[in-house]
Design a protein around this ligand. Structure first.
Ligand code: DC
Length: 219
């Protein structure tokens, strides 16, 4: 099979990661969850006591950040300073910190560089915010996956509850709105639909329907 790259962008809770995982299994290609990289960077900043909006502070560690993506039994694991932080990065307070730190140009340049290196070496599906519009403008297939804020909050709420987190629906709703705003309005490489991306609104679709739709374009 020739090398292919698939870009999946969209706001949080739109279903991108579930779709990306399913695609990677169906097509037997790598799945790179780029959000995990911003989340790990946020943890590093919090660990050092550096505000996630403090660009000068973040610049002191970003170039030499020890961030590695490994694949264990086909699943992505994220390592920071040699520690597996794959579970820690999913904690609710990390979501907003990741959104904040991802607005810094120095962070994006570093992450994008790492993402392009991974994508150049093998067939893969990447999910994120700027994959089709900035990281891989020449990706073979581009999709912009979205859903209403209500639906996305419901999905995230169920997911967090299942993991045993104590979450307030209203607060989660506001956080998702705030993250959408941050991600869409930052100066450098914001969340946006690439001109040549296929738009899929998953609000009233099952995950199976979405996967079938995406696969129908790729075939
Ligand atoms: O997809 P996620 O919720 O794990 O991403 C966490 C944050 O990282 C998100 O609010 C915005 C940022 N992000 C980004 O700016 N660019 C990407 N390619 C992926 C994530």
């Amino acid at each position: 099979m020739k090398k292919i790259t698939i870009a999946l962008d969209g706001p949080s809770g739109s279903g991108k990661s579930t779709i990306a995982k399913a695609l990677s299994q169906k097509l037997n290609i790598l799945y790179l969850d780029t959000g995990a990289m911003y989340r790990a960077t946020a943890i590093k900043s919090l660990k050092l006591g550096i505000d996630t909006f403090d660009e000068d502070g973040v610049k002191t560690f970003i170039e030499d950040i020890d961030l590695k993506i490994k694949y264990v039994d086909g699943a992505q694991r994220t390592f920071l300073d040699g520690e597996d932080v794959s579970d820690k990065i999913r904690e609710p307070h990390v979501s907003m910190a990741a959104s904040n730190i991802s607005s810094l140009k120095c962070v994006r340049l570093k992450m994008v560089d790492m993402q392009r290196k991974i994508a150049s070496s093998m067939s893969c599906v990447l999910d994120g915010r700027d994959i089709g519009s900035f990281v891989l403008p020449n990706a073979d297939y581009k999709f912009y996956i979205t859903a209403s804020v209500e639906v996305r909050t419901n999905r995230r709420f169920a997911e967090l509850k299942q993991k045993g987190h104590d979450v307030d629906f209203e607060q989660l709703y506001k956080e998702i709105e705030q993250r959408d705003y941050n991600d869409k309005n930052r100066d450098f490489a914001p969340l946006k639909q690439a001109d040549d991306a296929v738009l899929i609104d998953t609000s009233n679709m099952t995950i199976e329907e979405v996967i079938n739709k995406v696969v129908s374009y790729i075939k």
